[in-house]
Design a protein around this ligand. Structure first.
Ligand code: NDP
Length: 329
């Protein structure tokens, strides 16, 4: 059975007398540093840039260069995954290195001495802070890649507790499992949903339905987002009762209509390239070349043309319609 850790499993005492460094002060770095401090720890923030250093100083942290993290007992590496292998940081044999994503240990890109643990919030950085201050929490993935000292799990759970990551349960996963799942959501689920949405748009435009109305159904109205919220807060069975009987019948009676479409071979092919490390190699090569393909893809799928079209619709519908920028007055 899958192990799920809760607050009672994380003892901050496992870090008594230990120096904690937070490396990076971005999406995750700042919320982690603030949450750890509010949990009673005294993290030092290690950054490279003057502007970021000023921000951390303004927040009242002791700030140091990146290299200073080499002396910390626990170093939380909260910088982009492709940058982590090139950090000017070494780790002591008794140290613990924490990553917020399984990517670098999973694909052989984190060669450091000592313990390696993972605390991966299933939450965007600013929300890691908001959830903590609101007293709620967020689900995390927690795991140990290397236990050189016999204290890796206890110390990893202490960090997880310190950032508020045990309040809603932390699922034990290896960094490899977490990395595969994370990349699969991006590379398998997201493109598949995009494909379904595109087919749906075509079907609706074919019926003469305005694009604006279709976009409202898909995301602009916020209804889908709220339905997913109910799925989370009430579960599928209870939330179904909020839909009309005709809606319930329509959803359930047509449920198997797409079963004949076999997505599995494509999904297996993509997940195999993730699991073998081929994607990580491809991404490294892309980075080394200055991201030419990423730039081209963004131009194609998320370029100025798409933005102009989106902005025009968003200016007339949804949360962007503030009196100040309303175009139809
Ligand atoms: P960010 O892109 O927000 O990281 C920015 C920080 O990284 C800044 O402090 C920046 O420093 C520093 N940085 C960037 N490049 C370098 C470099 N070459 N050398 C030194 N420092 C550098 O990262 P995230 O917070 O988004 O991601 C951090 C980790 O958290 C990753 O492992 C990610 O996978 C994981 N994660 C992220 C989530 C998210 O919500 N974004 C969700 C869950 C996990 P400076 O300001 O000085 O330029």
């Amino acid at each position: 059975m899958t192990t799920i850790y809760y607050e009672k499993d994380g003892d901050l005492g496992a870090l008594d007398g230990q120096k904690v460094a937070v490396v990076g002060y971005g999406n995750q770095g700042r919320p982690w540093a603030l949450n750890l401090r509010d949990s009673g720890l005294a993290p030092k923030v290690c950054v490279r840039n003057d502007e970021t250093r000023e921000k951390a100083l303004d927040d009242g942290f002791e700030v140091a260069e990146l290299e200073a993290a080499s002396q910390a007992d626990v170093a939380c590496l909260l910088i982009p995954d492709d940058v982590i292998p090139n950090l000017p940081i070494t780790r002591p044999a008794t140290g613990l290195t924490i990553v917020a994503s399984g990517y670098t240990p999973a694909f052989g890109r984190l060669a450091v001495a000592g313990d390696i643990g993972m605390v991966a919030p299933r939450m965007l950085g600013p929300e890691v802070r908001n959830c903590y201050t609101e007293g709620t929490g967020f689900i995390s993935a927690v795991g140990v890649e290397t236990d050189a000292t016999g204290t890796a799990l206890a110390r990893t759970l202490a960090i997880a507790r310190g950032i508020g990551g045990l309040r809603e349960g932390a699922i034990e996963m290896t960094p490899r499992q977490e990395a595969i799942l994370d990349l699969a959501v991006e590379q398998i689920l997201s493109p598949a949903l995009t494909h379904v949405n595109t087919s749906f748009i075509s079907a609706m435009l074919g019926q003469g339905i305005p694009l604006e109305a279709v976009m409202a159904e898909l995301f602009l109205s916020g209804e889908v987002e709220r339905n997913y919220g109910m799925l989370r807060s009430e579960g599928f069975v209870s939330q179904l009762e909020h839909h009309s009987p005709a809606s319930q019948y329509g959803q359930l009676s047509r449920r198997g209509r797409y079963d004949a479409l076999d997505y599995a071979p494509i999904m297996s092919e993509i997940v195999a390239s993730i699991a073998s490390g081929a994607f990580a190699d491809e991404w490294d090569a892309e980075g080394a070349a200055g991201y030419p393909k990423l730039k081209e893809l963004k131009q194609q799928h998320a370029g100025p043309g798409v933005k102009t079209m989106e902005d025009a619709v968003r200016a007339r519908l949804g949360p962007a319609v503030a009196p100040a920028n309303r175009q139809d007055d």
